[in-house]
Design a protein around this ligand. Structure first.
Ligand SMILES: Nc1nc2c(ncn2[C@@H]2O[C@H](COP(=O)(O)OP(=O)(O)OP(=O)(O)O)[C@@H](O)[C@H]2O)c(=O)[nH]1
Ligand SMILES: [Mg+2]
Length: 476
């Protein structure tokens, strides 16, 4: 192995003077939330009201000029990740990503609730590769090492983009007209004007801003891909500008910012529903599959968040390597706090987050303890709360799907009978073998759908038990 020169090469982008910077940005979010429409508006300035689910990842390339810094040209590779994509593929899609956009449907609360989970998915799967060439002398390369490192979750730019705002605006307009119609004599009272004389923000905009703040998104914006009102364009241009500023900071500073930890691979188990080729069944199975995938994602990130919190507790010597329980962590945290610090649990949408109280403002909490608490609040609490809100909805959707499938099963499938010579087939149908195969798939999928309903209940139960454990650890 050579010990001569070694050259670190970043694998994406270019910071050389005079070259066009290249950025890779991915759009993620639930199915039908509006990712493809955002790209269609940004790249082609078009909109289609038709919903055609994206089946495979689509890469749109665009070269854009920025106003600030004036006239700077940037080449963008925008990755449209299908909402129904296989989770195993995320790692390969997110390699050398410069930024991500979590797209949410502003008319769908569940889509907004999932945004912190999508952010976690991006952070957990994004890696940067660094290629190092080693040579024995200046002419011969002896080894090429490609090192993959995770991105810093604190600084990696993820934008929260709420779309379909035109629908919200339309609804607001209708509500206001209705109010004015039914209150013709009230001239000065407008419930949508606050005491300061300004318009009160619609609840969904406030929610979007709150999520962005709480979960450290780089920013939040609401746009409409339907209206050609420039909102999509402005949102993406601002993100690009932010990324450029960050990416081309002096290299030394960047290196200091980025902690290189070895990539850890995590296995996700998710058994897809099989399709039957019978449209009426497959439509329902596709929707059921989305629910099953959502639950698998939530369970996976719940597990990862717990493992990460436990690891941080070990690093901060809050627990020993043999201690495994949530109570151990909370108890350990209480005992480990230096004098003058107290910890309290604060009710947070059905779960508890942890808050540190200081007696003396001059005192500082050790970094490792701070990190463990931050990890608990930003990851474990977030995914636990999402489970509490999302799982009952998933369970009820799956129950409805099972009822619909049950109804379809009541209608027997048309069977193709063997024809006599010279006879023409009168009816389109399935061979007996195919009917048996469809029946098997339907039964298997129904069992999986029922099982997932129980898993949804279990997930909620586990989170509630964790909540009790936290309470107990504080009561002791
Ligand atoms: N009114 C309105 N409808 C929108 C907007 N954006 C998207 N839609 C509609 O929402 C539906 C879904 O949009 P897509 O962009 O295909 O959703 P997607 O996130 O790419 O979905 P997948 O590819 O399945 O992951 C389509 O019918 C769009 O026309 C918007 O800003 N306003
Ligand atoms: Mg799409």
């Amino acid at each position: 192995m050579g010990t001569g020169c070694s050259i670190g090469l970043p694998s994406t982008g270019s910071s050389l003077p005079g070259t066009v910077p290249q950025l890779k940005i991915a759009l993620v979010g639930d199915s039908a939330c509006g990712k493809t429409s955002v790209l269609l508006r940004y790249v082609h300035n078009q909109f289609s009201p038709l919903y055609i689910p994206t089946k495979k990842v689509v890469i749109e390339n665009a070269v854009r000029k920025l106003n600030v810094p004036a006239g700077r040209v940037v080449s963008l590779a925008l990755w449209d990740i299908p909402g129904k994509e296989d989770m195993e593929l995320y790692k390969s899609y997110f390699r050398n990503l410069d930024a991500a956009i979590v797209v949410v449907d502003m008319t769908d609360e569940s889509s907004m609730n999932m945004s912190p989970v999508w952010k976690q998915i991006v952070l957990m799967n994004t890696t940067q590769t660094q290629t190092t060439l080693e040579s024995t002398n200046s002419h011969q390369i002896s080894t090429i090492t490609v090192e993959e490192s995770p991105v810093d979750p604190e600084t990696f730019p993820v934008l929260l983009l709420g779309t379909k705002y035109d629908v919200i605006e339309q609804k607001i307009r209708a509500e206001r007209l209705k109010f004015l119609d039914s209150n013709p004599n009230i001239e000065d009272i407008r419930p949508w004007i606050g005491p300061d004389g300004n318009e009160i923000k619609p609840a969904c905009v406030q929610k979007l801003e709150d999520i962005a703040k709480e979960h450290n998104f780089v920013s939040s914006v609401h746009v409409s891909s339907k209206d050609a009102d420039n909102t999509v364009h402005l949102a993406l241009q601002s993100l690009v500008r932010h990324v450029l500023e960050k990416k081309f900071l002096p290299r030394k500073l960047k290196e200091k910012e980025q902690k290189v930890e070895k990539e850890k691979t995590v296995e996700i188990f998710y058994e897809k529903l099989e399709m039957t080729d019978v449209e009426s069944f497959d439509e329902v199975f596709a929707q059921g599959d989305t629910c099953i995938k959502k639950l698998a994602l939530l369970m996976h990130y719940h597990k990862v968040a717990w493992a990460k919190f436990r690891q941080n507790c070990c690093k901060a010597e809050i627990i020993t390597k043999d201690e495994n329980s949530l109570e151990d962590c909370i108890q350990g945290l209480k005992n480990k706090l230096p004098e003058g610090f107290h910890i309290k649990k604060v009710e947070d949408e059905g779960f508890y987050k942890l808050e540190i109280v200081k007696d003396n403002m001059d005192k500082k909490l050790p970094k490792s303890i701070k990190k463990a608490i931050k990890c608990f609040n930003d990851e474990y609490v977030v995914v636990s709360k999402t489970i509490l809100t999302e799982c009952p909805q998933l369970e009820s959707l799956l129950k409805d799907f099972d009822t619909i499938i049950g109804k379809h099963c009541e209608k027997p499938l048309p069977v193709l009978l063997p024809l006599n010579v010279g006879e023409e087939a009168l009816e389109v149908g399935y061979t007996q073998g195919k009917v048996t195969e469809i029946t098997r798939i339907v039964e298997h999928n129904r069992a999986k759908i029922c099982h997932t309903q129980i898993e949804c209940q279990d997930a909620v139960k586990d989170v509630k038990t964790a909540r009790k454990k936290i309470k107990m650890a504080f009561d002791w």
